[in-house]
Design a protein around this ligand. Structure first.
Ligand code: HEM
Length: 197
């Protein structure tokens, strides 16, 4: 259920890199929603969700280059990956390498970051499902480090989209390609039969 109307941060040109990334990937988000039509109301779906985001977080962590660190340190979130790995281990969810090539440029990588940073918006809703799920499955209480981590700093999304919206137009294609790759990684884990990014 991504935003289909107004941008989340006011004042950005409709032709910004952010706008392009959003419009190019809106349909893919809808496809993800369709693969989790009831949110995370059962343990299997929660495991699928964590298991789909883990390779994305790994791809971003491994693909981050040291010489971007000064500008992008905040978006290179090793704690997020640690939390995901720990939750997956707790629930017995297997990791899987993506096989996707490393992001080619900083803009490509930031496009991939858009996918996981944006997922925090939906995670605020999904966290309620997980709280309910813990009633019948106590092990879930020890497997919500990732959700707690990515929902702990709501203004982070505003900071991220501001960065994306102010990338030079020349980087739009690379950022869009990174976001498509990021969504494809998630989608391929949720729907083993195919990728529609
Ligand atoms: C499974 C992995 C998922 C990923 C990678 C993902 C990714 C994203 C991204 C990138 C955005 C930002 C869109 C924008 O630019 O505004 C977003 C927003 C959102 N997503 Fe997801 N999402 C996922 C699953 C879900 C699910 C299952 C739900 C169902 C509750 C959901 C609900 C939302 C909502 C409500 C927003 C915010 C819409 C808004 O207020 O603008 N997401 N998600």
């Amino acid at each position: 259920m991504p935003n289909t109307t107004a941008p989340a941060v006011r004042g950005f040109d409709a032709t910004s890199v952010l706008a392009e990334v959003r419009s190019a990937t809106r349909g893919t988000h809808d496809a993800l929603d369709a693969l989790l039509p009831h949110g995370l109301r059962n343990l299997r779906d929660y495991g699928r969700y964590l298991g789909a985001l883990l390779p994305l977080a790994e791809w971003l962590a491994l693909g981050h280059r040291g010489d971007w660190a000064g500008r992008d340190a905040a978006w290179h979130d090793g704690v997020r990956l640690d939390c995901l790995r720990a939750d997956c281990a707790t629930l017995g969810v297997a990791s899987a390498a993506t096989g996707a090539p490393a992001p080619a440029t900083r803009a490509h990588w930031l496009g991939g970051c858009y996918v996981i940073e944006g997922s925090a918006l939906g995670a605020r809703l999904l966290a309620r499902d997980v709280s309910a799920l813990a009633t019948g499955h106590p092990e879930v209480r020890g497997a919500r480090r990732f959700l707690d981590h990515i929902t702990a700093d709501p203004p982070r999304w505003g900071r991220f989209v501001r960065l994306l919206a102010t990338l030079p137009d020349a980087h739009a294609a690379a950022a869009t390609s990174g976001a498509r790759d990021g969504f494809a990684i998630v989608h391929s884990r949720l729907a083993p039969g195919g990728i529609t990014a």
